[in-house]
Design a protein around this ligand. Structure first.
Ligand code: NAP
Length: 167
């Protein structure tokens, strides 16, 4: 496994050449949220060559919490004001993925994703729907999200699409 900074296409292409899979879990520092779109587009250009699996951990902002078609970012129960900037910055990267033909998979996290316990228990959703528990919450530990994301790489259920994950 290698960690690298998404900077320019040449360096990125050289670093990713021959890799079976690339996992991106980028979160820009506060004040640089808009760079997420550029970084995602660079990954799509360089890693989605038809051979390398690209799995991108996205944000919950552009996910749909219910049937009404409203996005999580517009629902303060899921995206409170203090998370709005980073949540908004995750909308364009998902759109960039959807415009791209290569074999990408985006992981749509729950609204509340924090370090916690690795239980190995999680639920998957489809269609860009935020995974919401019966009590209305949308949460998972980062550890369980990592287990689920790696499971998607090993047993890909979604290609060119988004799989959402929650408890
Ligand atoms: N509910 C939600 O939607 C939600 C909540 C939390 C996290 N997440 C997602 O989960 C993932 C991990 O989040 P986290 O909280 O663990 O993030 P984090 O601890 O802040 O770590 C972010 C990482 O991204 C790297 N990074 C930032 N810009 C980069 C670039 N241009 N090229 C390469 N690496 C770059 C940073 O590297 P350096 O430290 O070297 O700069 C750092 O290792 C992210 O995809 C985030 O969007 C989603």
């Amino acid at each position: 496994m290698r960690l690298l900074h998404v900077a320019d296409d040449v360096a990125l292409r050289a670093a990713l050449r021959g890799q079976d899979a690339v996992v991106s879990a980028i979160r820009p520092p506060t004040g640089q949220e808009q760079t997420l779109r550029h970084a995602t587009e660079a990954l799509l250009r360089t890693a989605s060559d038809g051979r390398t699996r690209l799995l991108i951990v996205g944000g919950a902002g552009p996910l749909v919490p219910g049937c009404a078609g409203r996005l999580a970012i517009d629902d303060e129960r899921h995206v409170p004001r203090q998370w709005r900037t980073i949540a908004a910055a995750s909308v364009a990267p998902l759109a960039a993925c959807r415009d791209h033909a290569g074999p990408w998979t985006q992981v749509g996290p729950p609204a509340n994703l924090e370090p916690g316990e690795r239980t190995g228990r999680y639920r998957l959703g489809a269609g860009g729907h935020l995974v919401v528990a019966p009590d209305g919450s949308s949460r998972l530990s980062m550890e369980d999200l990592a287990v689920a994301a790696l499971g998607e790489l090993e047993r890909p259920g979604v290609r060119g699409g988004i799989v959402t994950i929650g408890s």
